[in-house]
Design a binder for this molecule. Sequence first.
Ligand code: TYC
Length: 102
Amino acid sequence: MVTREENGTVLARQKEKLKPPPMYQVLLLNDDYTPMEFVVAIIQEYFNKDRETATQIMLKVHRDGKGLCGVYPKDIASTKVELVLTHARKAGHPLQCVMEEA
Ligand code: TYC
């Protein structure tokens, strides 16, 4: 039981403990087979980027091996990874998409 007097202290203690939910980076990984144009279209469709930004991200992945597409709460990041992988597999491409805690 929390008395009226303790109530302020309890609320303060709870508030101190509250951390914002962890965020997750969603990254694309390079491979030698997925067409550049397909990767650009994926970034536009699933990460809401314009064509120019999507092209820059794709080229960064192509050069550096990986590239950041967006940062999201866990459920959203995980859904995006699944949607990208499903789309890529249906199209017959080996594109890899992963999430990492930010
Ligand atoms: N390296 C691929 C090619 O030369 C292009 C590519 C870019 C593939 C980004 C995957 O996540 C990727 N066709």
